[in-house]
Design a protein around this ligand. Structure first.
Ligand code: HEM
Ligand SMILES: *[C@@H]1O[C@H](CO)[C@@H](O)[C@H](O)[C@H]1NC(C)=O
Ligand SMILES: *[C@@H]1O[C@H](CO)[C@@H](O)[C@H](O)[C@H]1NC(C)=O
Ligand SMILES: *[C@@H]1O[C@H](CO)[C@@H](O)[C@H](O)[C@H]1NC(C)=O
Length: 320
């Protein structure tokens, strides 16, 4: 190597190799990082096994606004709004799990492990605890310096498959990625307000795209038991609601989808064959899901020069 080659390597090549995510990014800088996150997630999971849904959705929303940069975690201040001020924020959950992991990590190895990586790792661990396969998730994300409610543009549950797909292709994901990632709806809840327009009592007819037994039950939950200003919750997967498995797809084939977009996956010719394949083969689903999560987890990641490692996941290191 000539001196010029060496200079070129250190000045131009090295900074870009740092931008790449890799498995075991913290092996030398914070060897306990992945274990620490896992222990915190396990503690929360033991108390409340519904955290899986919260973390998965948090990760998805984080990655789909700008990129996986923990912008979703920033709290608004008196001077500045944040993504938490945007509409879809209201039901995002799991923030305290990230805070707990961060607190331990700051004691163990201060300013090393990004909040964006904590979200990705915690989600991976929670999926496994609920019955998913453990996948190796590349790390090395930096935390972003911007959290703007105006930038929160997430797909609506009332979209068609092709309408929702536009949000995914804009992030470099495919139809297959989308159909697989929506399998994340095998856990978690939705509020009545997110699917109420599908219930026939409100539309004054029968909804041919929903199992009548389910429809009657949802109508009851969403109308009869509804107190003023309340927005009841129902499971997204009617059968194995807390298990991370492919049963979601079987439920869609049985017209037991709660969200319009979920039901459309099984009805739209664009996606119905994929749904059939995923419904019959859990290992296929698990493998595809892991790969799609790794892909989603690499959307718009920031490198050393574009981001920081926050000491508190809810605030930028230098708040404005
Ligand atoms: C077209 C794309 C998507 C749409 C329209 C969509 C829509 C929704 C809606 C409306 C809810 C209910 C929220 C509430 O009422 O609180 C929800 C929940 C959820 N979503 Fe999605 N979603 C999409 C993609 C994804 C992806 C890619 C993932 C993860 C891989 C995901 C994971 C979840 C989970 C786990 C929940 C349950 C949240 C909880 O239990 O708190 N979603 N989604
Ligand atoms: C808000 O802005 C003022 C002046 O611009 C500054 O003194 C104050 O520290 C800021 N507050 C927060 C919470 O960032
Ligand atoms: C989320 O945004 C709404 C406005 O759409 C706001 O009223 C609410 O306080 C926000 N929630 C949080 C936790 O910041
Ligand atoms: C529920 O899921 C189990 C396990 O995946 C399956 O064997 C069963 O047939 C499902 N039941 C219904 C009613 O969908």
């Amino acid at each position: 190597m000539t001196i010029t080659n060496i200079l070129v390597f250190f000045i131009f090549v090295l900074p870009f190799t740092f931008a790449e995510l890799r498995v075991g990014f913290y092996t030398s800088t914070c060897p306990g990082a992945e274990t620490i996150v896992r222990e915190v997630v396990q503690r929360h999971f033991n108390q409340d096994n519904s955290i899986v849904g919260g973390l998965l959705r948090l990760h998805f929303h984080d990655c789909f606004v700008r990129g996986c940069d923990a912008s979703i975690l920033i709290d608004p201040t008196r001077n500045r709004t944040s993504e938490k001020n945007a509409g879809p924020n209201r039901t995002a959950r799991g923030f305290e799990i990230i805070d707990d992991a961060k607190a331990v990590l700051e004691q163990e190895c201060p300013l090393r492990v990004s909040c964006a990586d904590i979200i990705a790792l915690a989600t991976r661990d929670a999926v496994e605890m609920a019955g998913g396969i453990r996948y190796r998730i590349p790390t090395g994300r930096k935390d972003g310096l911007l959290s703007d409610p105006e930038l929160v543009k997430l797909p609506s549950p009332s979209l068609s498959v092709s309408g929702a797909l536009q949000f995914f292709t804009a992030k470099g994901l495919t139809l297959e990625d989308m159909v697989t990632l929506l399998g994340g709806h095998t856990v978690g809840f939705a509020h009545c307000s997110m699917f109420q327009n599908r219930l026939s009592a409100i539309q004054g007819g029968v909804n041919p795209s929903m199992d009548p037994t389910l429809e009657a039950r949802l109508e009851q939950i969403c109308e009869l038991r509804r107190a003023p200003n309340s927005d009841p919750l129902v499971f997204l997967d009617q059968n194995t609601s807390f298990t991370f498995d492919n049963e979601f797809y079987n439920q869609m084939i049985l017209k037991r989808g709660v969200l319009h977009i979920d039901q459309q996956l099984a009805l739209d010719p664009l996606s119905m064959d994929m749904v059939q394949n995923l419904a019959t083969d859990d290992s296929l689903f698990q493998e595809k899901f892991a790969n799609a999560m790794i892909k989603m987890g690499s959307i718009g990641v920031l490198d050393e020069n574009e981001g920081e490692v926050r000491s508190n996941c809810r605030a930028f290191n230098r708040p404005l």
